[in-house]
Design a protein around this ligand. Structure first.
Ligand SMILES: [Zn+2]
Length: 180
């Protein structure tokens, strides 16, 4: 059931938060007091089925996640990656695409309207003439990996030789992450 009643929806969010607050308060307090030390940066889609903390069994403070539909990169995303790599000393950057990506499908169907077009234009740039959804998803990930490698190949605060930049595709049915 998914009633479009905003009162119900807000109550659901509040209930979820009450439940969350009862879980592991010690870790919350510890990370609040000692700061965050995420071991990896994950750039992935906003799709509600693609939740990096669940996919990688990660807890609070373990992953620095940048989510945007179609896992595309623009200056805001690059700034977030730069912050985590330069100031939080993350040395692993993973771009995670996924099967059944609506943003990739929209791009393959000719692109979206409104603000969505900014996303589909970037995906079309990445996929070129490719029309197979899975291969297009992989090419979109590879494109983001190339951008990250290019942008962070020389950086005064990030030791490039220590940086691992990888791409992968998450299968939304199997739950498996396949590294590219
Ligand atoms: Zn997606």
């Amino acid at each position: 059931m998914r009633p479009d009643n905003t009162f119900y929806l807000r109550a659901r969010l509040c209930e979820g938060n009450v439940k969350f607050r009862k879980q592991d308060p010690a870790l919350r307090i510890e990370t609040a007091e000692n700061g965050q030390h995420p071991y990896a940066i994950v750039v992935c889609c906003s799709d509600s089925r693609v939740i990096p903390e669940k996919i990688f069994s990660a807890d609070l403070g373990e992953l620095f996640v940048i989510r945007v539909a179609g896992n595309v990169l623009d200056r805001h995303q690059l700034g977030s990656v730069e912050y985590a790599a330069a100031h939080l000393h993350c040395r692993m950057i993973l771009v995670l695409g996924h099967t059944g990506c609506g943003a990739v499908s929209a791009a393959l169907s000719g692109g979206g309207d409104g603000f969505i077009q900014y996303i589909t234009d970037e995906i079309l740039l990445a996929v070129g003439q490719e029309r197979d959804p899975l291969r297009a998803c992989e090419k979109n990930v590879e494109h983001a990996v190339e951008i990250l490698k290019r942008e962070f190949s020389e950086h005064p605060e990030i030791p490039t030789e220590e940086l691992e930049i990888r791409g992968a595709v998450y299968d939304i049915a199997e739950g498996e992450v396949r590294w590219l």
